[in-house]
Design a protein around this ligand. Structure first.
Ligand SMILES: [Zn+2]
Length: 363
């Protein structure tokens, strides 16, 4: 009998190994990766969902709560996992709803030793708890992926307009950022020890979604996030293209504002802070953005913008110290146009039909 030549298709598919478990095309499962233990002897684990399409394609990581009090991405991922669109997945989707469980448990941005996990990459297996966490996440999860979306929020009382941050020179990341269709895309430099820097140095495209504030869910921030992740998956051809309704939302051009520089307007002195502009609003040099007043009614000092741009972050604190950052502004050449583009983005989100979801059954 002649030896039958095996076609490339006949080769057994290679497993995707996460946390020591093998996943084959068509598999869907959950792994708890051990990280260490806490003061009460309780184990710390990282829960990872792995969804493999039957057909090959990119491997996308979607992660949230790298800072433990930034919850919007956790909710985006919860809704993403129920989306019926995932039945038609091509390639692999790896999602980590809570990267930093020790910080999540204490409602804190930081690890129990007050360190910032997003400054500890690439980590070490013999380092601090955070260093071990960074190492396990990077080596057991992140390195399996070809593309990444990491989800963050502003600090407590400092909400951000939904925005994507991308590293200068990350060309594929920039295409993902545009596909996400956020109101604003900002090119920001890399911070040493961050996940984004680590991925950049390994030539893996990565975008960072920033929306809303710590401790809180915000409906628009969640909806922009979910729509954005699905849109990026369509761009990467992991999901089929959206059916374009004649004259409907899908046929309209994206209105994303792109900025390469941001600026803070700070409190000129301490006191009671009364803002006069909100998120998404256009500002011009010397325009009054609000005032800081002394609580006894003797002084009132205007807060001025130094640049042309739109407000992408704001402080909601009623009392401030001199120097506190009050307005974060994305610099743009035509602020009025940028403000109207942001308004149109919000209108498009209103019209967007949310992804259909499976009834909740748990896993
Ligand atoms: Zn963060």
């Amino acid at each position: 009998m002649p030896t039958r030549l095996q076609s490339p298709e006949a080769k057994p598919p290679r497993p995707l190994t996460i946390g020591g478990e093998d996943f084959y095309p068509g598999d869907r499962g959950v792994v708890d990766i051990p990280i260490g233990s806490l003061i009460d002897y309780q184990p710390v684990t990282m829960t990872v969902h792995v969804l493999r399409g039957k057909k090959p394609g990119p491997c996308l990581l979607v992660s949230a709560a790298l800072h433990g009090d930034e919850i919007i991405g956790v909710e985006v991922i919860r809704r993403l996992l129920r989306s019926t669109a995932l039945k038609r997945l091509r390639g692999d989707l790896i999602v980590v709803p809570v990267v930093n469980m020790p910080a999540f448990l204490s409602h804190s941005r930081y690890l129990p030793d007050r360190r910032d996990l997003n400054r500890l990459f690439p980590g070490s297996p013999k380092g601090s708890l955070g260093g071990r966490l960074a190492y396990a996440f990077l080596n057991q999860v992140v390195m399996q992926c070809t593309h990444a979306i990491d989800m963050h929020t502003g600090a407590v009382g400092r909400p951000n307009l939904p925005q994507i941050r991308v590293s200068p020179g990350d060309h594929e990341g920039y295409e993902m950022a545009k596909a996400f269709k956020p109101p604003v895309v900002i090119e920001t430099s890399l911070r040493a020890g961050s996940l984004r820097e680590t991925l950049y140095s390994r030539a893996k495209p990565c975008i960072l979604y920033e929306a809303g504030e710590a401790h809180r869910l915000d409906s628009d921030a969640v909806r922009y996030g979910l729509r954005g992740v699905v849109s990026v998956m369509r761009y990467l051809e992991m999901l089929p293209q959206e059916k374009r309704a004649e004259g409907g939302f899908s046929s309209r051009r994206s209105r994303t504002v792109v900025s390469t520089m941001t600026s803070w307007s700070r409190a000129p002195r301490g006191g009671v802070f009364a803002p006069e502009v909100g998120l998404g609003k256009a500002v011009t040099p010397n325009m009054e953005l609000g005032v800081v007043a002394d609580p006894f009614g003797r002084h009132e000092t205007p807060i001025k913008s130094r640049v042309d741009g739109v407000v992408i972050g704001i402080s909601r604190e009623a009392t401030v110290n001199e120097g506190d950052g009050l307005f974060h502004i994305a610099v743009t050449q035509d602020p009025a146009r940028a403000e109207s583009q942001i308004l149109q983005s919000d209108e498009q989100l209103e019209e967007h039909q949310e992804e259909r979801a499976e009834p909740f059954v748990g896993w």
